[in-house]
Every structure is written in C-alpha cells, then in structure tokens.
Write a protein that binds this ligand. Structure first.
Ligand code: ADA
Length: 558
C-alpha cells in the first residue's frame, strides 16, 4: 500500500511492495545468504542484522513491457536500482520518494534489484551517526506503472480563499515519453466543484507544466473536527480516447500568520503536539499502516492535535491518515543537529535542498501539513549557517506560497536567523538538561526573542520540550530517568509553555522511545532516546496521564 486511496483507474499500476522479495547482504559474515523478506522491510529486524551497517540487495521479478516507471516511496538511506543487471537509477535520502523510468522495455519477466546502503561516510551529509537510527532497507512502498506515450507525473492543487469562496492554483506536470510530438487533451476536475479541459502540445520527449487558477466555488472547509477531503482527477486523452490518469486529494483550509498568531481558517491556533520519529522495535522505520494509525490513536487519546515529523519527511501514508483524521502536521526536511563543520560538507546543501524539493513536490496537496520546517538545531548562529537557512527558506517559498516556514532552534539567545521565517521556534529543556524551573526559563527565552532577536512579534512555538524516563524505573527519589521525575517535569513544562502569553503551542519531545545510532550510547541508556511518553512498544509511562490531563484542559484555539 502506497496511499490510503486509489490514485489511478486507467493507468496500469502494480504494487511490488506488500509481497515477498529476496534479501542478500553484500558484506559481512552472512554475505551471499538469501533471505525471504516482506517489503517494506528494514534489515535490522532480521535475526542476524540488528546492527548491520553496510549494503544489501533486495530482488524481485516483475512482468512488463513498454514504458515502465518504478516508483519508490523510500529506500534507506541510499538506493542503487538495477533492472536485468543494468543500473537504471539511484537516490540519496531514506525519507523522500523517487522514480526510475524504463523506456521501451522488452516484453517478459524482468529482474529488479535494489541495493540499499545505510553506511555513514563523507558522501552522506544528512544520514550521520545521530540521536535517531538510520536504518537499512526498502522502508516504504514500491510500485510499477505501465505507461502509454505520455503520462501525468503530478497534480499540484493549492486552495486559496477568496472574497466569495475558494480558488485552486493548479499545476499539472505532463511528460511526453515519445520521440515525436504529441497533442493531447488534459482534463482536470473535482466533482461538484470545477472541471477544466486544455489542449497540450507536447514536443518530443518534453515535460510541460500546465498551470491554471480555477474558481472552486464554496466547498466544505477542511477543519480538524470536520476534515473534508475532495478527490481531484486528471485525465489525458488523444484521438483514441483517454489513456492516462492520476487522482489525488485536497482539503480547503487556510493557514497563515497574523502578528503573534497562527490562524487556521481565521481562528487562533493552539498547537498541542508531539515530535515523532518513524521508529518501532518490530519494524524499524518501515511501520505498517496499522502501526502508524495506532500511534495517531494514542496521540489523539493524549489530546494532541499535531505531529512534528522530526526530523525528516514522513511516509505519505502517515500524511493521508492525518488528512483523513484532521491531525495537523509540521513537516521538515532531513537534518538533525548538524554543526557548522557538517554543514560545510560539500554534499550538505545539495542534499538538504533536494530533500526540500522532493518533499514539497510530493506532499504539497496534503491539507494536514500546516508548516514547512528546515534544519533542526543546525548552525543558525553563524553567518555561513544563515546563508544556508536563507537559501532553503527561499526554496520553500518558490515551491509553495501557501504555508508558513520555521526551524526548530537550540541556539539560545544567539540565533541570527529569526528574521527569515514566519514562525520562531525553540527546543527548550528546562528541568532536564539544566535545572532552571520551566516557568522561569520559558518566559526568559520568549522575552529575549521579543527584545533581542529579529523574531519579535512573530508567532512563537516550543518545538521540543521534555525529559527522559526509563520505562518501569519507578523510584520515589524523583531522580532523573525515573517515570516520576519525567511526569513532574512535563507537568511543569507543558503548563509553562501553554500559559506563556504570545506562545502558539508546543511539541513534546517525544512521542515514543526510539532507537539511536550505536555511536550515541554514552549518554543514552539502552542506546535509545528515552524521552517518550510511551516506550518503544507504546507502553504508557507515568507521564502519559499527566500529559493527557493537561492537553485536554487546553482548547485547540486560543
Ligand atoms: C534535540 C534534538 C532531538 C533530540 C533531543 C534530545 O532537541 O532536536 O532530536 O536529540 O534534543 O533528546 O535531547
């Protein structure tokens, strides 16, 4: 399953995931062994590979002919794709989708091999030893599409509120796969709202972006408690009739900032959220839909209305589920805590900017996404860092004008990038990394933003706050790592943040305990990040009821 709904009715699409593949490690003591695996799959969940850092081949046969497009929603963390033994594509970054086009494939059965690589090296500026795990494998869905002479690569449909209702800014990418000119008809429609038809002249091998702003009348608005979704369909036709199609979903909602407020459909939002890694002891980062939905059920039980995809773009199935259930999302490009020297790796900027390009191109239609984030806790207190931040914020604005931008900073009273985004965000750990009481530290940082930074007067979010607790470690001493201490600290922290005048919300760090790179063992008991409200098996800690009571006591709007 790649999405929670059908995206094609005409186009021949075969899911290659949700089935058995063969896996073989390409190094180490088990090199050459062959294991049947169910894809999506992280090899860390195979009996002998829990700490395997290397390359591994995933093999599958498929039957097809003609123009074939292989779609990968995520391969961790670097992919090399071969068909019938010949390299046909590659991709860096576990968290963004990519595709490979095979033109004029001979009829018959073909051999697909995906070599996944989860090693750390200078080539990889974003997947580095870190306070989360870079797994290895085909971690998200795979599909094979059999295309005609032209196809619709994507539909971008961004709703805009007008005086009398709504418009939709359309951008539909049509690709000519043939070496000859083609004239096709493109029809784009949302049932009951609008339908447009355009003739498109496609030169040989050309890609065309068909853009149009259409009047969508007065559709039902997407709200958290009434998340109405509309299906938008695009169809390509020629003299012989319709030959390709693509469907996606949109929601009519408006997100903008005004003064210190974040306005969702004109109402002052109070974000009550969690930072969540895609991580599970049984699946690695390849969580099945049922496990993703279980996490969302827990988050909603706790009274949360938002999830921050810390620290990378998430599986599109997660976003589909959030669209359907009215859960708001802060989605960010892939980076965590990269210092200046790491940002000066020549691969850093191209890899970080490619992640933004791929994230927004794939996810722009999701109404649940309300904020685009970048560069969690990177060097935003340096001139070099400032230039990187500015380029990435500018890239977001070029790709999407409809959402505010932000970045979660840990440069306390030294951040020089707050003039760039619409929203100012800080990761604060009073009563954990230092013992300043939360109700003193939060106002102190907030006031510095207002008086000592270019973030004055902007919406302010606390994008991380929390404390560690080892599940089952109960002790009335209230020492750190006890469940009792975490419950008390979170009670203080949530109250301090949500009672802070001018603060638009909070993301607790973090939803559940997660695995981290072995290199981080020294200050992480169990080689895990133990700041979850639930442990890695989603078992509640004492703080669960404290968070639940507090979150439910604050409304979704200020
Ligand atoms: C930082 C970082 C998180 C996590 C957290 C912690 O704020 O953004 O990824 O590492 O610290 O647990 O200390």
């Amino acid at each position: 399953m790649l999405r929670t709904f059908e995206t094609n009715y005409l186009r021949e699409v075969t899911e290659l995931s949700s089935s058995l593949w063969e896996f073989s490690p390409n190094e180490g003591e088990f090199q050459g062994n062959v294991y049947p695996v169910w894809v999506p799959c992280c090899w860390e969940n195979l009996p002998d590979f829990s700490a395997y850092r290397g390359t591994g081949s995933f093999r599958k046969e498929f039957e097809a002919e003609g123009n074939v497009r292989l779609v990968f929603k995520g391969v961790s963390h670097t992919a090399t794709v071969l068909v019938d033994g010949k390299e046909v594509g590659s991709h860096y970054n576990a968290y963004t989708p990519f595709s490979v086009m095979l033109k004029d494939l001979e009829p018959g059965v073909h051999k697909l091999e995906v070599i996944a690589d989860n090693r750390f090296s200078e080539k990889s500026a974003l997947h580095v030893p870190n306070d989360y795990m870079s797994y290895g494998g085909i971690s998200r869905g795979v599909a094979m599409e059999e295309l005609e002479g032209a196809y619709i690569e994507y539909i971008h449909a961004v709703p805009e509120r007008t005086e009398k209702g709504w418009n939709v800014k359309l951008a539909v990418k049509v690709v000519n796969l043939e070496d000859a000119e083609k004239i096709v008809e493109l029809q784009v429609a949302v049932d009951g709202l609008f339908e447009i038809t355009k003739e498109v002249n496609l030169k040989a091998g050309e890609e065309v972006l068909v853009e149009e702003t259409v009047d969508a009348g007065t559709p039902e608005v997407w709200e958290m408690d009434h998340p109405v979704l509309y299906t938008i369909c695009a169809v390509l036709s020629d003299a012989d009739g319709a030959f390709d199609d693509l469907a996606d979903r949109i929601g009519f909602r408006e997100i903008k900032t005004a003064g210190k407020d974040i306005l969702l459909n004109g109402k002052k939002l109070r974000i009550k959220g969690f930072c969540r890694h895609e991580d599970h002891p049984m699946y690695g980062c390849a969580l099945p839909v049922s496990a993703i939905e279980q996490d969302l059920q827990i988050a909603k039980d706790l009274g949360a209305n938002s999830i921050r995809t810390s620290h990378y773009p998430n599986d599109e199935i997660f976003l589909d589920l959030c669209d359907e259930q009215g859960i708001l999302v802060w989605e960010e490009n892939h980076a965590r805590g990269l210092v200046l020297e790491q940002m000066q790796n020549p691969n850093f900027e191209p890899q970080a900017e490619a992640c933004i390009q791929e994230m927004i191109t794939a996810h722009i239609n999701h109404p649940c996404i309300i904020i685009w984030g970048i560069l969690n806790e990177c060097a935003s207190d340096t001139e070099y860092g400032y230039e990187c931040y500015k380029k990435q914020y500018d890239l977001i604005r070029k790709l999407d004008t409809s959402r505010p931008r932000s970045s979660a900073s840990c440069r306390f009273k030294t951040d020089i990038c707050f003039g760039l985004p619409e929203i100012v965000s800080y990761n604060l750990y009073p009563e954990w990394y230092h013992d300043t009481p939360a109700n003193e530290y939060v106002p102190d940082i907030y006031n510095w933003v207002q008086t000592g930074s270019e973030g004055a007067g902007k919406p302010f979010l606390v994008t991380e706050i929390g404390a560690g607790a080892i599940y089952g470690y109960r002790n009335q001493s209230m020492c750190k790592w006890t469940e009792e201490y975490q419950a008390k600290a979170l009670g203080d922290q949530i109250t301090a943040v949500l009672d802070q005048e001018g603060c638009s919300g909070i993301y607790i760090w973090q939803f559940c305990d997660v695995r981290i790179s072995n290199e981080w063992f020294s200050n992480r008991p169990r080689t895990m990040n133990n700041k979850g409200i639930v442990d890695e098996y989603r078992r509640r800690k004492l703080s669960y009821d404290v968070v639940k009571k507090l979150y439910h006591s604050y409304s979704d709007f200020r």
